[in-house]
Design a protein around this ligand. Structure first.
Ligand code: HEC
Ligand code: HEC
Ligand code: HEC
Ligand code: HEC
Ligand code: HEC
Length: 258
């Protein structure tokens, strides 16, 4: 498990509320009955079972509505059943929990062409078989059905550069921690920074991503050689390393808020 996930769990920093019903281990009536239905209606269960949503207790009713505890009334509109979401309604549905991402998306070339050829959340992530998202989603098969792959390639390489930088910061923090510095604050900041950067893909703004990445690179270089084994007295090195990293992260968080 990645360390920032461990921190998130420890801090209870779940970015989205869990669905009310269908708590861990509890089988809801939607699943009980749908498991007995023909493929079109039972297939979603198989796909969902291996999804990141199932892992976090986000069940059928979180997206489709309805009453997961009452078999007779489960799919009654009076109990909030919404049926199958249409393409144009999908961003608002997913965005109910993934708000920051929806904002970037709606302002992007994809969001602006919603309903007129632009992809929705499920075009790229699927609807039931949703997995932890990585840059592997950006590939020729997914990204050249509607336009050339060229634009996709540009944004992908800008994002890869950014990932490398986040890893470099992570490494520096590790060095500090090994030297006995309490790094909780730094790790918390890095965690929120990482989240903002992963949401930023949805803006499709290559310029913005490159600009941010270049700036981080420059700031990162200032911290080079600090926090390692230097010739200065150890405490001095640690203090300088801590201060520089703190300044870098503060700067990054502020920039990504602008
Ligand atoms: C007692 C059996 C039963 C239960 C309980 C049940 N379903 Fe269904 N569901 C069906 C059947 C049969 C169909 C296909 C025929 C139809 O649309 O009525 C269906 C269709 C659906 C569809 C797609 C069809 C559409 O047009 O709406 C969705 C989405 C769905 N169910 C979600 C749910 C959810 C969410 C729950 C729990 C809150 C639930 N179901 C509970 C039997 C059930
Ligand atoms: C994260 C949101 C989400 C969750 C959770 C979810 N669904 Fe869906 N479901 C969708 C979307 C979006 C569609 C629309 C079809 C598409 O775009 O793939 C859909 C479509 C369906 C359909 C229609 C399939 C068809 O071909 O007509 C059924 C049936 C269904 N879901 C049942 C379920 C059941 C049962 C569960 C729980 C095991 C579930 N869904 C959980 C989002 C969700
Ligand atoms: C009821 C709230 C809720 C709804 C609605 C919802 N999600 Fe999620 N989603 C979550 C939670 C909770 C997680 C797991 C924690 C996390 O990674 O944020 C998650 C995780 C994800 C992830 C993996 C994130 C990662 O860390 O890589 C993706 C991708 C995703 N959801 C896409 C969607 C899409 C697409 C829809 C709409 C079809 C949707 N979600 C609807 C709550 C929701
Ligand atoms: C369902 C069709 C569709 C799919 C699939 C799709 N796009 Fe797009 N994309 C569009 C449309 C429509 C536009 C806006 C018109 C244009 O620039 O061609 C666009 C524009 C873009 C732009 C230009 C943004 C700008 O402001 O100039 C980028 C970058 C982009 N897409 C990346 C991707 C990536 C990466 C993927 C794969 C993960 C992808 N697209 C998959 C439809 C799609
Ligand atoms: C054109 C394809 C595309 C579309 C459309 C799209 N996504 Fe994504 N999404 C991605 C890619 C690629 C990543 C991985 C970005 C990264 O690693 O930095 C991602 C990452 C995510 C994540 C994980 C962020 C994290 O913290 O790791 C979530 C959650 C998510 N998307 C939800 C959504 C929702 C909700 C929508 C609709 C409002 C949506 N996506 C629309 C391609 C897409």
């Amino acid at each position: 498990m990645k360390w920032w996930i461990v921190i998130a769990i420890l801090l209870g920093l779940n970015s989205a509320p869990a669905s009310q019903a269908g708590a861990a281990g509890q089988v809801i009536v939607c699943i009980q009955c749908h498991a007995l239905q023909p493929a079109q209606f039972s297939q979603p269960i198989k796909l969902w079972k291996n999804s990141i949503h199932a892992e976090h207790g986000i069940s059928c009713n979180a997206c489709h509505g309805g009453d997961p505890m009452d078999s007779a009334q489960a799919m009654s509109p009076a109990r909030g059943f919404r049926g199958v979401p249409t393409g144009t309604a999908t961003p608002a549905l997913c965005g109910g929990c993934h708000m920051g991402i929806m904002k970037y998306y709606l302002n992007s070339a994809h969001g602006r062409t919603l309903g007129r050829g632009g992809p929705t959340c499920v075009t790229c992530h699927g609807s039931h078989d949703i997995k932890s998202a990585t840059l592997d989603i950006i590939n020729k098969k997914n990204c050249s059905t509607c336009h050339t792959f060229d634009k996709a390639r540009q944004i992908r390489s800008a994002m890869l550069k950014r990932d490398a930088m986040l890893m470099a910061i992570e490494k520096k923090i590790k060095v500090l921690r090994r030297q006995g510095v309490i790094t909780d604050q730094l790790e918390k900041r890095l965690f929120s920074l990482r989240n903002r950067f992963h949401a930023m893909f949805h803006s499709l703004d290559v310029k913005l991503i490159i600009q941010e990445s270049d700036h981080i690179q420059a700031e990162l270089e200032k911290t080079n050689g600090v926090g390692g084994v230097g010739t200065e007295p150890l405490t001095g090195t640690l203090a300088v390393g801590w201060a520089l990293l703190m300044a870098l992260l503060l700067y990054l968080v502020k920039r990504s808020l602008d």
